[in-house]
Write a protein that binds this ligand. Sequence first.
Ligand SMILES: Cc1cc2nc3c(=O)[nH]c(=O)nc-3n(C[C@H](O)[C@H](O)[C@H](O)COP(=O)(O)OP(=O)(O)OC[C@H]3O[C@@H](n4cnc5c(N)ncnc54)[C@H](O)[C@@H]3O)c2cc1C
Length: 408
Amino acid sequence: MAEQKTMSEDELRERTRALLAEVHPEKVDSVTFRRKQFDHGLAWVHFPEGHGGLGLSPKMNVVVHDEISRHSKVIHHDPPASIIGIGMGAPVVLTYGSEKMKKEMLPKIFSGEEIWCQMFSEPGAGSDVAGLAMRAERDGDDWVLNGQKVWTTVAHLSRWGMLLARTDPDVPKHDGLSYFVLDMHAPGVEVRPLYQITGEAEFNEVFLTDVRIPNELMLGKEGQGWRVAITTLMNERVAIGGGGSKKKGGGGIAQLQKLWNERKAGAHSAAQEAILRDRVTRCWIDHELLRLTSQRARAAQKAGNPGPEGSVSKLAQAEMNKRMWETAIDVLGSDGLAFEAGYELKQTAPRADTPEQLAKYQFLRSRANSIEGGTSEIMRNILGERVLGLPGEPRVDKDKAWKEVPRS
Ligand SMILES: Cc1cc2nc3c(=O)[nH]c(=O)nc-3n(C[C@H](O)[C@H](O)[C@H](O)COP(=O)(O)OP(=O)(O)OC[C@H]3O[C@@H](n4cnc5c(N)ncnc54)[C@H](O)[C@@H]3O)c2cc1C
């Protein structure tokens, strides 16, 4: 990553206004606006010039968002299906990709024209993703891949996949992995949707049969895929953990507060009311603590990829979200038990027309928060070992060749 530059807030605001003078969000579609935003270096200001940024501190990104929202009623937010590309694909391509990849891929990630997915988990490898079994074998200028991935979010919409595969089974598990960018339209890639508890199919199984990937689409060196995967995962945790409301009392907690204020008279006994009031208040406090912690983390952010501290907000957000939506269901009382059938198969916003429907949807969806992007138990392990410096877990397979490790 190039050295961080400085620019006054006033100058950055002026540059943002220059973008708005050229193309205004109220007059054009999201792709057109975001393409121009990229060209002006205002996509992610902490990226280098020429790659959608200005080489500034990441904390300056909020200035751009703030200036746009002062001058436009329409905001072209990150497209929902592009969250993996923007949060993980872009920093990984920037850190490990060739100039050609950066030039071709970054603008389309930011504009939402090309969706990315992350293909790490397999039926036998989730928390222990370094133990994965998908094989990649060299054949001339290509690699030939065979195996199965699972839980691949937005694979059915994706143009590119960040994929981890085993290129050497004779060395310990972390040393035999390589990292590829997979063309999801390549022959031999089969994507099958998986239905979640919400009724949607947000993620998929992906089967690879003799799929060829050119060697130039390997990120990092052969056998060094784990290092690239760590960059991806650290960015993922920050992307997930930083997803909460930036406004005091905003986002999910505003919904809970609304449900509480509008609860049906007589739905709860006096004793239940007292307990529920206490739970709603605790949720509000937790929500505010998380918002302020995330704000502090953003202020301390430096250019470059994030470290293991990103697990703090990932863990806190997952656990808080679950508590918050459980409380919402309890506030709804018996009305919270019925879940409308027939939710549409789509990846973007859920079909939730009322606060009650939203609460029910979020209650079901939040169950995944403590699993996706690494489980809460794994976040606690990372924080214990890598942030607090506590003794590590026993790892009996650490120095064994991967092919000699027993697996089911
Ligand atoms: C909504 C959703 C979207 C997802 N999207 C993607 C995606 O796009 N791409 C992708 O690659 N994956 C994705 N995943 C997969 C996700 O990363 C894995 O589910 C997760 O890492 C856990 O792996 P697992 O399901 O195999 O569970 P396991 O690893 O088998 O874990 C089972 C249980 O054991 C616990 N456990 C395991 N090891 C330890 C340990 N060492 N110490 C303490 N407890 C432990 C876990 O915490 C968990 O409770 C997604 C998952 C969900 C729910």
